[in-house]
Ligand binder design. Structure first.
Ligand code: HEC
Ligand code: HEC
Ligand code: HEC
Ligand code: HEC
Length: 228
């Protein structure tokens, strides 16, 4: 019985290695997390960070580093339909015309238009985004539709700020192991990274969740920001 279990596990592991790194964050750091492609994408030469960041720009024609964060991955050129006040009249915060900042970087893999292995001077194209890693509720038409996902690139405007929304907690409220709400905003803008920790870092990400900063159990992550 034990032998069979070990054999089954070995098969599961082999299959995992043949496709992508293991799914579901363990909250134990980026190594072996869903964003560790060091074993699966040969052009990475065994490195982890390089698919997204590089210590030097190496004179890449595309100049991906112009996106800040020493960014090293090809950036999406798609246009998106935003979740804004035209779509839902109950939205108060200003929404950018197109995704900005960190969200644009996530979408550079998660909108499915750019190959996962298109980084630095590698054209990529061998590793496409697996369908299950597309943003839930995202419609991939000619214009990529974000109206089925929680608003992003939107102002976080709580009661504590001028003209703010009383149903949003102050930015000093706790956000799991990531500190406060202020710590997960880009300036005062909410992005994908406000809910997800891309690095699956210990303390910051909750194990067994899709890289979430706060657990979904009891909708704790929603209640971190919303007074409900
Ligand atoms: C270099 C490409 C790339 C970038 C950039 C990227 N991702 Fe991913 N991400 C992937 C791939 C590929 C997978 C699927 C991995 C797998 O199946 O193991 C994934 C998986 C995920 C998952 C699912 C994890 C799970 O436990 O199922 C989440 C959530 C996620 N990414 C969020 C983000 C967010 C948020 C950002 C930006 C802050 C981001 N990603 C940036 C390529 C990327
Ligand atoms: C799949 C893409 C991806 C990989 C791989 C990745 N990062 Fe990041 N990194 C991001 C994104 C997107 C951001 C901006 C969002 C954020 O800060 O949460 C970021 C932000 C950062 C920051 C600045 C903000 C912070 O959280 O401290 C540092 C430092 C950083 N990464 C270091 C690293 C190192 C070191 C590695 C490798 C061990 C690495 N990253 C691997 C995508 C990635
Ligand atoms: C308000 C918080 C929040 C924001 C903002 C957010 N997500 Fe998520 N995301 C979640 C939650 C919660 C889940 C898991 C439950 C679900 O799928 O509905 C999830 C699931 C995912 C998954 C699927 C993981 C899987 O295993 O199926 C991916 C990929 C992902 N998000 C990427 C993104 C990207 C990219 C953005 C920005 C465009 C983003 N998310 C913005 C909360 C958020
Ligand atoms: C980091 C903070 C944050 C987290 C976490 C968060 N939200 Fe939000 N949410 C916002 C902000 C900011 C808005 C926009 C409020 C506005 O401008 O009206 C918003 C808007 C909404 C709206 C209103 C959409 C509309 O059309 O009016 C709903 C519903 C919502 N969030 C549900 C959720 C749920 C469910 C979760 C958990 C899965 C969640 N939120 C997690 C910050 C957050």
């Amino acid at each position: 019985m034990k032998k069979l279990l070990i054999l089954t596990l070995a098969v599961i592991l082999t299959v995992g290695i043949a496709s992508y790194a293991l799914a579901a964050g363990a909250g134990a750091g980026i190594t072996d997390s869903p964003h560790d492609f060091s074993a699966t994408i040969p052009t990475l030469g065994g490195e982890i960070c390089r698919i997204c960041h590089s210590p030097h720009d190496h004179h890449i024609a595309a100049q991906n580093y112009l996106n800040g964060l020493l960014w090293n991955h090809a950036v999406t050129a798609a246009t998106f339909t935003m979740y804004n006040n035209a779509w839902s009249t109950t939205i108060n915060g200003a929404v950018a015309a197109q995704p900005t900042g960190n969200s644009k970087l996530c979408l550079s893999c998660h909108d499915g238009t750019v190959a996962v292995d298109n980084f630095e001077n590698h054209a990529g194209g061998v590793f496409a985004l697996p369908v299950y890693a597309e943003i839930p509720g995202f419609a991939a038409g000619a214009t990529r539709d974000l109206r089925g996902t929680h608003p992003i690139s939107i102002e976080y405007n709580p009661d504590s700020l001028a003209g703010g929304d009383g149903w949003l907690k102050p930015v000093t409220a706790p956000m799991g192991g990531s500190g406060t709400i202020a710590d997960v905003l880009e300036g005062d803008i909410m992005q994908c990274s406000s809910c997800h920790d891309v690095h699956d870092a210990p303390i910051e990400a909750v194990g067994g969740t899709p890289l979430l900063r706060v657990d979904l159990a009891g909708s704790q992550i929603c209640l971190a920001c919303h007074v409900k």
